[in-house]
Design a protein around this ligand. Sequence first.
Ligand code: HEM
Ligand SMILES: *[C@@H]1O[C@H](CO)[C@@H](O)[C@H](O)[C@H]1NC(C)=O
Ligand SMILES: *[C@@H]1O[C@H](CO)[C@@H](O)[C@H](O)[C@H]1NC(C)=O
Ligand SMILES: *[C@@H]1O[C@H](CO)[C@@H](O)[C@H](O)[C@H]1NC(C)=O
Ligand SMILES: *[C@@H]1O[C@H](CO)[C@@H](O)[C@H](O)[C@H]1NC(C)=O
Ligand SMILES: *[C@@H]1O[C@H](CO)[C@@H](O)[C@H](O)[C@H]1NC(C)=O
Length: 488
Amino acid sequence: MSDSQLILYSITSIIVLLIIFFLIKRRQPKLNLPPGKMGWPFLGETLGYLKPYPATTIGEFMQEHIERYGNIYKSNLFGEPTIVSADAGLNRFILQNEGKLFECSYPRSIGGILGKWSMLVLVGDMHRDMRVISLNFLSHARLRTHLFREVEKHTLLVLNSWKENSSFSAQDEAKRFTFNLMAKHIMSMDPGKLETEQLKKEYVTFMKGVISAPLDFPGTPYRRALKSRSTILKFIEGKMVERVQKMKEGNESFGEEDLLNWVLKHTNLTTEQILDLMLSLLFAGHETSSVAIALAIYFLPGCPRAIQELKEEHIEIARAKKKSGEIELTWDDYKKMEFTQCVINETLRLGNVVRFLHRKAIKDVHFQGYDIPCGWKVLPVIAAVHLDPSLFDEPHHFDPWRWQTNGSRGPSSSCASVTPNNNIFMAFGGGPRLCSGSELAKLEMAVFIHHLILNFQWEISDADQAFAHPYLEFPKGLPIRVQRHSLL
Ligand code: HEM
Ligand SMILES: *[C@@H]1O[C@H](CO)[C@@H](O)[C@H](O)[C@H]1NC(C)=O
Ligand SMILES: *[C@@H]1O[C@H](CO)[C@@H](O)[C@H](O)[C@H]1NC(C)=O
Ligand SMILES: *[C@@H]1O[C@H](CO)[C@@H](O)[C@H](O)[C@H]1NC(C)=O
Ligand SMILES: *[C@@H]1O[C@H](CO)[C@@H](O)[C@H](O)[C@H]1NC(C)=O
Ligand SMILES: *[C@@H]1O[C@H](CO)[C@@H](O)[C@H](O)[C@H]1NC(C)=O
C-alpha cells in the first residue's frame, strides 16, 4: 500500500466515522432535562444533599435548590446523574409507575447489609412474592386477632417501668417498645430474656452500619455492621433449625403465631431468603415506628390544646371500658380514637420519618415537558411535599386539626389543603411498594399514646430536636421527665 493510498483510506474512514457520529447524534433528539447543576465529578452534590438538618424543615440544600430551579431539578448524587423531585404530582407518578417506568433502586451498600433478598432491594416477581408474605403476616385480620393484644402488652411493659421524676431518653424507650414487639412477632422472643438482650445489642451495631458510609475497611462501622449481620443471621438460623425440629416432632403449638412459623408453613422460601426477610422486617418495622413515637412525644408538649383533646378522647374510652368491666383495649376502642389519628398523621407529616425514596428510570420518561432519561436515578422527596407552603397552611406548625374533615376551622377556609388527601400525604410511600406495615405502625402509635396520655404528664427535660441525617435522630435521645397521674 502506497502512502497516498494510506492517506486516502484514512480520510475515507474519518469521514465515515463522522457521518456515523452525526447520524447517531441526529437520532437523539435534544433532551429537555430539568434545570440544575451536576457539581463535582463523582461526588457531585452528595455532601451538600446529605448534610444533617432539623427534621421539621427540608434543609438548606433543598431550600436553595428549589428556590433556584423549582420543584424538579437535576443533580449528581450518590455517584449518579439524578432527578430530584419535590413535586407532589411527579412523586405520585413515580410511585404509581413502579415496575413500568421506574424501579426501586437503593444504593448497593444497603443491599450488602440488608441482604440481596431484602424487600427493600428486590424488584419484579420476587418482590411481589415477598410482599404477599409480608402483607399476609401483617394483614388486617392478624392485626385484630394477634398483634393488637401484643401491642398493648408491650406498651404497658415499657410505660410501667418509667420512674417518676427522673430524666430518661424517650427515644430509647420507644426503641425498646418497638424492638420487643418485632422480636416477639417475628420469632416469639420474650423481652428481658438474655438472648433477646444480646440480639438487641447486636442489632444496635448493625443499625450504625446501615446508616454509615459504606466504607468496607477493618474498623469502619460498615465493616462492624456486616459482622453483626452475620451474627444476627446465625442467631435467626439457630431459631429456625430449632423450629423445624419442633415441627417434625409434631409440636404444632410452639410459637404458632410468629412470622418464622408462618413462613416455614406457608411458603417455599430458601433458608437464605427467610433470613433476609426476617432481618429486613425487623429493620423496617422497628426503626421507623420508634422514631414516629419519639416524634409524637416531642411535638405534643408544644401543643397543650392537642394534649387536652387527646385526654378527653382517651378518658372517654377508658371510662366506658371501666363501666363494662373490660380491661384490655379492643378494636372497637381503637376505632374511636379519631383525634388520635389526626395527631398521628400530623406527626408523620411534620416529622417525616422517611424523607425520600430511591428509584431509577427504566425507560425514557417524559413528564410535564421534562425528560427523564432511562437509567437516571430519581429521588421522590416526600418530605418536601409535606412541608410545601402551597399545599399545607403554615406547614411548619404542628396542627392536628388540619386533618379533620369537619374541624374547628369551619367552612371559611377555602384552601385546598384543609383536608390533605392521599395524593399529597405519602408518609408510607405509595403504589405497589406502599409500606406493608402502615396499619401496624398506626396501631402502635395509637395504643402507645392512649396509655401515655392516661398515665403520664411529661416535659422535655433537656432541649433536643430531631435531625435528618437523612435518617432521623434526636442527638440527645430526647430526654424527658415524667409525672404519673390518674385521670380516671
Ligand atoms: C411510622 C412508621 C413507618 C413509616 C413512616 C414507614 C415508611 C415506609 C415507606 C416510605 C416505605 C416505602 C419504601 C419505598 O417505597 O422504597 C416502606 C416500606 C416498607 N415498610 Fe414501612 N414504615 C413504617 C413502619 C413499618 C412497620 C411497623 C413495618 C412492619 C413490620 C414496616 C414494613 C415495611 C415493609 C415490609 C416495606 C417494604 C414494602 C415493599 O417493598 O413492598 N414499616 N415503609
Ligand atoms: C423532681 O425532681 C426535681 C429535681 O430533680 C426536684 O426539684 C423536684 O422537687 C422533684 N419533684 C417531685 C414531685 O419529687
Ligand atoms: C411443645 O412445646 C411446648 C413449648 O416448648 C412444650 O411446653 C410442650 O411440652 C411441647 N409438647 C410436645 C408434645 O412436645
Ligand atoms: C411449595 O412447593 C410445593 C411443591 O413444589 C407446592 O405444591 C406448593 O404449592 C408450594 N407452596 C407455595 C406456597 O408456593
Ligand atoms: C391520615 O392519612 C391517611 C392517608 O395516608 C388518610 O387516609 C386518613 O384519612 C388520614 N386520617 C385522618 C384522620 O385524616
Ligand atoms: C360537624 O361536626 C359537628 C359535631 O362535631 C356536627 O354536629 C356537624 O353536623 C358536622 N358537620 C358536617 C358538615 O359534617
